[in-house]
Design a protein around this ligand. Sequence first.
Ligand SMILES: NC(=O)c1ccc[n+]([C@@H]2O[C@H](COP(=O)([O-])OP(=O)(O)OC[C@H]3O[C@@H](n4cnc5c(N)ncnc54)[C@H](O)[C@@H]3O)[C@@H](O)[C@H]2O)c1
Length: 257
Amino acid sequence: MNIRFDNKVVVITGAAGGLGRAMVENFAACGAVVAACDLRDTKEKLTDLMDKGNIHCYDCDVSNVQSVSAAMDKIATELGPIDVLVNNAGINVGPDQRKTIENFDDQWWHNIQNVDTDGVYYCSKHAIRNMGENGGVILNISSVVGLVPLRNQCSFAAAKAAVCNLTKAMAIELAGKNIRVNAIAPGTIGIAVTNELWKNDDAMKTLLAHIPQGRQGTPQDIANAVLFFCSDYASYITGAVLPVDGGWTAGGYARNF
Ligand SMILES: NC(=O)c1ccc[n+]([C@@H]2O[C@H](COP(=O)([O-])OP(=O)(O)OC[C@H]3O[C@@H](n4cnc5c(N)ncnc54)[C@H](O)[C@@H]3O)[C@@H](O)[C@H]2O)c1
């Protein structure tokens, strides 16, 4: 299998984050014209990747429809019609804000819905109208928490479940336009934030006991699955949600989380 994206315009949101950076590198290595989007200072944050391929940086707040609409138009004008959109930008509450629903902070509820759910809606809507006649691919990053909810992060659980069903709704609406829409649900992936979250060794041991493969995933594990789903090798796959989680969801409910 030789996955290539030569001259394909690939838009990645949340591109400066842990998973986003791995996606930028992967697509660039496969010949894509990468539009790397993040909330602010995107170019500064990705300076070290600039010699890895054909990478262009854009600031775009996915929770703001004007920002999204302007960015998607700019990308299509500067780089050409959009072939692939990866809706990767996302936020969750940090350890200090993880609370049961009756104590959950309302502002955090809305912040997460605005980025994780509205962002997928806005970016998809405005990318689609900037795709060419041959269609394209949309890949949404959900979470295992959107499939099997954990305690104390109700907004994230709701938002990521919405992303899974929105993926299916878009897939059936857009199949006739030759636009495939899929989602990946990562388990726990080793990036700065999750490493900080699990630096308490006991918590980490308990978490890893729920994961049949017994380890966190790497950003590359997710970026590789993204690459496949967005490639022509996945041409008959649409409306699918793929857990990439070391077997976490195969075992069901993570009792202590
Ligand atoms: N790391 C994990 O364990 C894990 C597990 C499941 C799902 N995910 C999902 O993977 C995706 C990537 O997360 P990550 O782990 O790389 O986290 P991260 O925090 O490293 O990256 C997220 C990126 O999104 C950007 N972002 C935040 N708000 C934004 C906005 N309003 N507009 C544009 N960009 C914005 C941030 O600046 C950041 O660069 C997210 O959707 C996350 O929910 C991650």
